[in-house]
Design a protein around this ligand. Structure first.
Ligand code: ADP
Ligand code: ADP
Ligand code: ZN
Length: 216
């Protein structure tokens, strides 16, 4: 099963993708993570993407389509993929169809995680991540069980994203509403959309997604 997780920045896509990956043996493909890795490695692609990311704008379709094509080629995803943060434009959605078709597959379900804009700003500005294993945390909603120690790997270094400031989040939300939200109608026309209430707590959202997938 190939699943698209759609939702504004901070909706909980990454959080839920990691849980689904473990529960359903799917492979998470996050273009945001791939782009940040390219920026950190200082590659040409990272150089092209970095400035746009800092400004909260989308990077060109061709860049992210190339990244997704490469990771699908690596032969992972036996049981399917969880696409987290991709597609974000209609052009990307069409490229994804083509890529999956060439594997004899399709997008099976699109889960839209719905959260109010004001809650998103709080989610994003409180977000931090384990620098060792990438586990996501939040200052208010998901602190490590032992202060300063990652629940998953025991690491003690944490990091924050350069684009997780209130100012940049407002730009990312604009980009979401203008360029990504139209995908909901695009996939509704194909009868693939399940909407879940992303304002609920992390466990409840997970259960709702699980039910949406079982009903699919
Ligand atoms: P996205 O990948 O959609 O940008 P994340 O999964 O990184 O979002 O979540 C953004 C922040 O909000 C993180 O700090 C995460 O721990 C927290 N978070 C995720 N889901 C919820 C939820 N249902 N309720 C409260 N906080 C959440
Ligand atoms: P979030 O869901 O928290 O906004 P992501 O980690 O998915 O963040 O994306 C971070 C940034 O990376 C985006 O603001 C954008 O600049 C870039 N990006 C990620 N995925 C895409 C994509 N599919 N298309 C264009 N730009 C992308
Ligand atoms: Zn960790």
């Amino acid at each position: 099963m190939n699943l698209v997780l759609l939702g504004p920045p901070g909706a909980g896509k990454g959080t839920q993708a990691k849980r689904l990956q473990d529960l359903r043996s799917l492979v998470q493909l996050s273009t945001g993570d791939m782009l940040r890795a390219a920026v950190a490695a200082g590659t040409e692609l990272g150089r092209q993407a970095g400035e746009l990311m800092e400004q909260g704008q989308l990077v060109p379709d061709a860049l992210v389509i190339g990244l997704i094509a490469e990771s699908m080629d690596e032969g992972k995803g036996g049981a399917g993929f969880i696409l987290d943060g991709f597609p974000r434009t209609i052009g990307q959605a069409e490229a994804l169809n083509t890529l999956l078709q060439s594997r004899g597959e399709k997008v099976d379900r699109v889960v839209v995680i719905e959260v109010d804009d004001d809650a998103l700003v709080a989610r994003i500005t409180g977000r931090f991540t384990c620098a060792t294993c990438g586990e996501g945390y939040h200052e208010l909603f998901k602190l490590p069980k032992v202060e300063g120690v990652c629940d998953v790997c025991g690491g003690t270094k944490f990091s924050r994203r350069a684009d997780d400031t209130e100012e940049v989040v407002r730009e990312r939300l604009k980009a979401y509403h203008a360029q990504t939200e139209p995908l909901i109608g695009y996939y509704k026309a194909q009868d693939k959309v399940s909407a879940v209430d992303g304002m609920a707590d992390i466990e409840t959202v997970q259960k709702e997604i699980d039910q949406a997938l079982d009903g699919a």
